[in-house]
Design a protein around this ligand. Structure first.
Ligand code: TYD
Length: 220
C-alpha cells in the first residue's frame, strides 16, 4: 500500500494573506496522518533560495527574471517536489508557476508563449504531460486592499514596492489562469476575516477529499 502524493499550491497578489494560513494547513494535514513538505517559490533548495535573493533584490529585464525563476523551479522540482510526491507526501508550496504567469507575464508584460515553453521544459514529464499542482488555493483580494494591508508591515521587496496598477495586472493574470484551469483553482475570497478565510480554505480541501488517506495498490 502506498500513499498518493498531493501537490498543493497557494497563490495571490502580495498582501492577500495566503502565507498566514500555511501553519494551519500544515497542521490539518498532519492531524490527518500525512507527512507535509512545506516549501516556497522562488526557493525551496539552497540554489533556488540564492536565485530568489537575486530575483527579489536586483533590477533585471523580464526575460532574465523569468529564466531565473524557472531555473530555481527546475532545481526545486527535481530535488524536492518530485521526490516528495513519489514518497506520497503532501507538498505544500507557497507559489508556483501561476505566479510566473501572473507576475512576469501579466504584471511585467512578458510573452506568455515563452513562459509556456519554459513551463514545458521545466515541468514536462514526457507522455505524462506537465507536472502541475492538483489544487491551487487562489487568495483573491482587491489590489487596493492588499496595498493597505502591506503598508508599513515591513520593508518592501522589489515586487511589493510596485504601484497598485502593477498588482491590478497581476490580479487579472491570476484570474485568466484560474479561468483556464477551473478544475485546479479554488478561489478564496480573501477580503473576509481571517477566520472566515480559514473556513473557506478548510472547506475547499475537505470537498476535494484532500484529508482522506487516498491509497493506491493492494487493499489493506
Ligand atoms: P512571497 O511569496 O510573497 O513571499 P514573502 O511573503 O516572503 O514576500 O514573495 C515572493 C515574490 O516573488 C512575490 O512578490 C511574487 C514573486 N514571484 C514572481 O515574480 N514570480 C514567480 O514565479 C514567483 C514564484 C514569485
Amino acid at each position: 500500500m502506498s500513499l498518493e502524493g498531493l501537490f498543493l499550491t497557494l497563490e495571490g497578489i502580495d498582501g492577500a494573506g495566503k502565507s498566514s494560513h500555511l501553519d494551519a494547513i500544515e497542521a490539518r494535514f498532519q492531524a490527518a496522518g500525512r507527512t507535509v513538505v512545506r516549501t516556497r517559490e522562488p526557493g525551496g533548495t539552497p540554489l533556488a533560495e540564492t536565485l530568489r535573493g537575486l530575483v527579489l533584490e536586483q533590477p533585471m529585464d523580464p526575460l532574465t527574471e523569468s529564466l531565473l525563476v524557472f531555473a530555481a523551479r527546475r532545481d526545486h522540482v527535481t530535488r524536492v517536489i518530485e521526490p516528495a510526491l513519489a514518497r506520497g507526501d503532501v507538498v505544500l508550496c507557497d507559489r508556483f508557476t501561476d505566479a510566473t504567469f501572473a507576475y512576469q507575464g501579466a504584471g511585467r508584460g512578458f510573452d506568455a508563449a515563452v513562459l509556456s515553453t519554459l513551463e514545458t521544459w521545466v515541468q514536462g514529464r514526457g507522455v505524462a504531460g506537465l507536472l502541475q499542482p492538483q489544487v491551487t488555493l487562489w487568495f483573491d483580494l482587491a489590489p487596493e486592499i492588499a496595498a493597505e494591508r502591506l503598508a508599513g508591515a515591513r520593508l518592501p521587496d522589489k515586487f511589493e514596492s510596485q504601484p497598485v496598477e502593477f498588482f491590478r495586472r497581476v490580479a487579472s493574470g491570476y484570474a485568466v489562469r484560474a479561468a483556464a484551469d477551473a478544475a485546479r483553482f479554488v478561489r478564496i475570497d480573501a477580503s473576509r476575516t481571517r477566520e472566515d478565510v480559514w473556513q473557506q480554505v478548510e472547506a475547499a480541501l475537505v470537498a476535494r477529499g484532500a484529508f482522506a488517506l487516498a491509497t493506491t495498490g493492494a487493499a489493506p
